[in-house]
Design a protein around this ligand. Structure first.
Ligand code: MLT
Length: 399
């Protein structure tokens, strides 16, 4: 009989956001007609930017005529897409060649697929709390995981000095702005990780899905703003949160040509991987993605991001008035708060769902050190966010 991957047995029964969706579905079935204020999964509520919509329509029309029709595209990305993405980096002073950009279907797909480059005997270092897919993808691959807890004292931004002595993990996951805490590494903090990775021969997987939310100019938006990153880092980017592509699916990954380990180029390995395992991303979606990088596209996505930032302010005002500790919200679309009165994070989840129909994400779902904390996404509609904040103030203000 065929032998199955034994590591699936080591996974939690269900994925965090699936589990929350099941819980909220059960609540809605028990309370028909209830409106939920959804601030759990980071799913956007605003439509795509007009420049993107225009590009989508034009690309569909191209596919309708023999003269403009496209069949297979280069697996690693259409030249127009790679040029637009690399040009975006170059306009921010980061030197990058077009073919160092690889198109993808989004960050979550890519974060799992990229593990093909590494031996299962490498060990993943996952600072926690963490996006649970980092952990699950490595469990599925049978890789050893070193959980590096962070806490309020280090601002939920651990440094290489926090590594236990003798720890030899060599695949570092860094996410900044962070999901779930919203904390952002400074240049010096990121430099410490880059230096550590280069010293050890480790590789950093830098999840930059939330970079567009950074408003403080002295905070790095790309790991390639840090000297030395080209020899140790892969950057994984997504249009999901920056440009509302959660239901559209397109992203990109940057692998510098200098990144080599054991005499092998990770860039060349990824070309080999992509040309074998995918036929790339559709022409239509790459056109939509490229439109995000136009001046118009950039202006329009900022209009949407401003709406989400207003949501963050609404929630932060409520938390301030309740005297609750939190981080994030300013340079990130997530707010990470301490549950009131020492409550457990699932206990707080149930309270908000049952009493005021507000859905958030329990911190414990992001790792053990997230217990006692809670995450709000700011991607909901302004109306729902205002109502959720008002309900929370009323409920918790009485406590
Ligand atoms: C989240 O809520 O953490 C993200 O939206 C999940 C994802 O990007 O897959």
């Amino acid at each position: 009989m065929i032998e199955l991957n034994p590591h699936y047995a080591e996974l939690k029964d269900s994925y965090l956001f699936y589990h929350i969706a099941q819980k909220t579905k059960a609540y809605c079935e028990a309370h028909p007609g209830t409106h939920l204020y959804r601030m759990g999964i980071g799913d956007v509520s605003l439509p795509l930017a007009p420049a993107v919509i225009e590009a989508l329509h034009a690309a569909v029309d191209d596919q309708a005529h023999p003269a403009t029709f496209h069949g297979y595209l280069p697996e690693c990305g259409a030249p127009f897409f790679r040029e637009a993405a690399a040009g975006h980096y170059r306009s921010r002073g980061i030197a990058l060649s077009d073919d160092e950009v690889f198109v993808s279907s989004g960050a979550s797909d890519e974060l799992g697929d990229i593990l093909d480059l590494f031996s299962p005997v490498s060990a993943a270092l996952i600072p926690e709390p963490a996006y649970p897919a980092y952990v699950d993808a490595n469990v599925m691959a049978g890789r050893r995981i070193v959980h590096l807890p962070s806490c309020e004292e280090n601002g939920f931004l651990p440094s290489p000095d926090d590594l236990p002595a003798g720890e030899d993990a060599d695949l570092f996951y860094l996410c900044s702005p962070n999901n779930p805490t919203g904390a952002v590494f400074s240049r010096d903090q990121l430099r410490a990780w880059v230096d550590c990775a280069n010293r050890r021969g480790a590789v950093i997987l830098f999840d930059a899905a939330y970079e567009a939310f950074i408003e403080d100019e002295d905070l790095p938006r790309s790991i390639f703003e840090i000297d030395g990153a080209r020899t140790c880092a892969i950057e994984i980017c997504s249009f999901s949160k920056t440009a509302g592509f959660t239901g559209t699916r397109c992203g990109y990954t940057v692998i510098p040509k200098e990144l080599e380990r054991g005499g092998q180029s990770l860039h060349a390995m990824w070309v080999r991987n992509r040309t074998t395992k995918t036929n790339g991303v559709s022409y239509i979606l790459q056109k939509a993605g490229a439109a995000v990088f136009t001046d118009e596209g950039q202006r329009q996505i900022q209009d949407n991001i401003r709406v989400y930032k207003e949501n963050a302010k609404t929630l932060m005002r409520a938390l301030d008035s309740l005297g609750l500790w939190y981080t994030g919200g300013k340079n990130a679309p997530y707010i990470w708060l301490k549950c009131p009165g020492g409550m457990g994070s699932w206990e707080f989840f149930d309270l908000l769902l049952e009493k005021i129909q507000v859905v958030g994400t329990p911190g414990a779902g992001f790792g053990a050190c997230g217990e006692g904390y809670f995450r709000f996404s700011t991607f909901g509609s302004p109306e729902d966010t205002k109502e959720a904040a008002a309900r929370m103030e009323k409920l918790l203000g009485k406590a």
